[in-house]
Write a protein that binds this ligand. Structure first.
Ligand code: URA
Length: 279
C-alpha cells in the first residue's frame, strides 16, 4: 500500500471511486466553496491593495445597509465604521455573556437579513470545554433543518476526518460556523454578514478556550486571521488566534469536489495533532 492510499484509508476515503461521467454540480455549500483558490503565495500587487481598499469601502457601505443597529444603540445610517461597530458588539453586550445568554442572543439576532430567511439559527455543537475547535463557514440546507452544524454530506466527511485523528464530534471537540444563519441558496456570506456574526464566534472561542483551532476553508480562515490570503498560502503553518494555535485546511465541501486534496487535509491535521502535543 503506498503512502497516499494509506492516508486515504485513514480518512475512510479509500477506495476512491472516480465517475466515468462528469459529476453533477454539488448543491448547497459545497458549490459555494468548490473553487477554493490553490494558487501559490504571492506578494499583493498594487492592484490587489487597491481592490482591498475598495472592498473596505464597500464593507462600510454594506454595513450601513445590512445592520439593524437598534439593539446595540447604533444608528442605521452607516456612520459607524465596521471596526467601531464590531468593537461595540464585542466590547458591549457580548463581553461577559455566558453560554445560555449567548445562545439566546444568537437566536434573537437581527443584525443582518439572514435570520429572516432561515429556519433556525445554528449555534454550534459539542464539548463546551473542548481542546479542539473546528470552524466552518455557514449552515447549509440540512444544518438549517436540524439546527446542528455539519450534518450534511460535508459533515459526514468531517466526521471521517475527525475519526482519522481519533476524535469524535462532541468528545473534546466543538464545532461552530462563522455564520449562524443559512445564507439563501447556500451562497457565500457577505462581508457585512460576517462582520455582524463574527463576535458570536469570538465569544464562543473565549468560552470554550480551545487549545487548538482548525479553520475549515477560506471564510473561517479569513475571518479569524483577518487576512485575504489563499488557503494554499495559509496551509502548512501554525497561525495565532489570540494566543491559540490555529491551523488552516480545506473545507470538507471543497474536498467532496476535489478528492485529490484529501491527503493535504490529512497533513494539516497531523500538523494540528503535533501542535497540540507541544502545548
Ligand atoms: N458547511 C459549513 O461550513 N458549515 C456547516 O455547518 C455545513 C456545511
Amino acid at each position: 500500500m503506498d503512502r497516499r492510499e494509506a492516508m486515504l484509508r485513514e480518512l475512510n476515503l479509500h477506495p476512491l471511486w472516480v465517475r466515468r461521467h462528469a459529476p453533477e454540480p454539488m448543491p448547497s455549500v459545497a458549490a459555494a466553496v468548490a473553487e477554493e483558490p490553490s494558487a501559490e503565495i504571492q506578494p499583493p500587487s498594487s492592484d490587489v491593495l487597491q481592490s482591498r481598499a475598495d472592498a473596505a469601502l464597500r464593507v462600510e457601505a454594506e454595513v450601513g445597509d445590512l445592520f439593524v443597529a437598534e439593539p446595540y444603540g447604533l444608528r442605521d445610517s452607516g456612520e459607524d465604521s465596521l471596526r467601531e461597530f464590531q468593537l461595540k458588539i464585542a466590547g458591549g453586550p457580548l463581553a461577559d455573556v455566558a453560554w445560555p445568554e449567548l445562545r439566546q442572543k444568537v437566536r434573537d439576532c437581527a443584525l443582518c437579513a439572514l435570520r429572516a430567511g432561515c429556519t433556525q439559527t445554528v449555534f454550534g455543537v459539542g464539548d463546551e470545554q473542548a481542546d479542539w475547535l473546528f470552524v466552518g463557514e455557514a449552515p447549509g440546507e440540512e444544518e438549517d433543518a436540524s439546527g446542528e452544524p455539519f450534518v450534511g454530506q460535508a459533515g459526514r466527511l468531517l466526521d471521517n476526518v475527525l475519526t482519522s485523528i481519533k476524535l469524535k464530534r462532541g468528545d473534546n471537540v466543538y464545532i461552530a460556523n462563522v455564520i449562524k444563519c443559512r445564507p439563501e441558496e447556500d451562497r457565500h456570506p457577505h462581508v457585512g454578514e460576517i462582520a455582524a456574526c463574527l463576535p458570536y464566534l469570538k465569544r464562543q472561542i473565549e468560552l470554550v478556550k480551545p487549545k487548538i483551532i482548525v479553520a475549515l476553508g477560506k471564510t473561517a480562515a479569513s475571518a479569524l486571521l483577518d487576512t485575504d490570503a489563499t488557503i494554499a498560502a495559509l496551509r502548512g503553518g501554525v497561525h495565532d488566534y489570540n494566543g491559540i494555535p490555529l491551523i488552516v485546511t480545506y473545507h470538507p465541501a471543497y474536498l467532496l469536489r476535489s478528492p485529490m486534496e484529501k491527503a493535504k487535509v490529512w497533513q494539516d491535521l497531523c500538523l494540528a495533532v503535533a501542535t497540540l502535543q507541544k502545548t
